[in-house]
Write a protein that binds this ligand. Structure first.
Ligand code: MG
Length: 367
């Protein structure tokens, strides 16, 4: 059994990162960056276990995608580390960053091979540029290094240091400030943080695979309520009974998109017990879902919706609905199709008690 746990920090909000996709969700093939980084180290070294610190709201999704232990991170890297350490039982902890997914394996090996030689072992590189204070005074660059990760720390010392001081951006400087022994080994320019987007080009591009999802929604009719389908107002003496505006077609579409992304269902995202969604505009719910999946590295590529209704007749609305949905999805019109059918007067739909909508969505990984 290994005496070392790996913690992968993947809880950042990537506010400085120039991309619609969150940094830890950039795709390397089909894998999000955090999974790629965790797998890479886990395949090379033996760990007692792997703990991943996730951003709030992403814990369940990450849990559903891998067998690593996922814990909720905090507002800062230090808070996330504190939380993740709660899941560590081993003597040593190897803390890596999803944002440094390009770190050469030799750097990690140098760190791990120095186990026992200090309370914290970290990679660092020398500074080659002239260093000056901002008044022009030269600074002694021989005493300065650029500290990187992954870092290996003695768990007892790291816990004690975190209890003593805060405000440090890494373990090596925290532990040294608290009286522990830090040792630096040779790092690599390759271990730089993916901060501004360009470096990601060195990794495999996002997969071209397409994911498919299906959705179904049924609503009963309610006299006097306005009816909306695919975000288009339909002229009818009744609307759709629901907590929200009852747009069954957009609800089915949302479920299809969530299905393709592996993100559960609309009921989990917008519970009808939540007052915030009372009379909600379903186009707004769709926008929220699209913003979320974009951050996770997904993009909708196409949709096909079928509405089964005896009443009202929808023939004259199909083009308007197609255009409305395409605009909501930011797609060319031809990527969206709307079909309408009756059920030959059979069942609850045939008796005009309500209607059903079915949707299929095609989703890809975005760059
Ligand atoms: Mg519904």
């Amino acid at each position: 059994m290994s005496d070392t746990t790996m913690i992968l920090m993947a809880a950042g909000e990537s506010t400085r990162f120039n991309s619609a996709v969150k940094k830890q969700w950039l795709r390397v093939g089909e894998k999000p960056l955090w999974e790629f980084a965790a797998d890479r180290f886990a395949a090379e070294f033996e760990f007692a276990k792997v703990v991943i610190a996730a951003a709030g709201g992403e814990v369940d999704f990450m849990r559903s995608l891998c067998d690593y232990e996922i814990v909720a991170g905090g507002a800062t890297r230090e808070d996330s580390l504190r939380n993740a350490l709660g899941a560590v039982e081993s003597e040593w902890v190897f803390v890596a960053d999803a944002a440094r997914a390009l770190t050469p394996i030799e750097v990690a090996r140098r760190v791990l091979d120095s186990k026992g030689e200090a309370d914290c072992i970290a990679p660092a590189i020398k500074v080659v540029d002239t260093l000056a204070l901002n008044d022009g005074c030269a600074a002694n660059r021989d005493r300065i290094v650029r500290v990187q990760t992954p870092q290996l720390s003695r768990v007892s010392v790291l816990r004690r240091s975190l209890a003593q001081k805060s405000g440090f951006s890494d373990e090596s400087t925290l532990i040294a400030a608290c009286g522990g022994v830090t040792r630096y080994v040779e790092g690599s320019e390759q271990a730089a943080k993916l901060t501004y987007g360009g470096e990601i080009a060195q990794l495999a591009p996002p997969s071209q695979e397409r994911l498919i999802g299906h959705g179904l929604d049924v609503h009963g009719f309610e006299e006097g309520k306005p009816m909306k389908l695919c975000g288009v107002e339909i002229d009818a003496p009744f609307g759709l009974k629901a907590h929200s505006d009852g747009d069954a077609a957009l609800h089915a579409l949302i479920d299809a998109i969530l299905g393709a992304c592996g993100l559960g269902d609309i009921g989990g995202w917008f519970p009808d017990s939540d007052k915030a969604y009372k009379n909600a505009d379903s186009a707004e719910l769709l926008r929220l879902v699209l913003a979320k999946i974009r951050r996770f590295g997904f993009a909708v590529k196409g949709a096909d919706i079928t509405i089964a209704a005896q009443k009202p007749r929808l023939e004259n609305y199909k083009i308007a609905m197609k255009k409305r949905v395409a605009k909501l999805l930011d797609l060319r019109y031809e990527r969206v199709n709307i079909k309408a059918t009756t059920t030959e007067k059979l069942g609850f739909i045939g008796r005009s008690e309500g209607l059903a909508a079915f949707a299929v969505a095609l989703v890809g990984y975005s760059a």
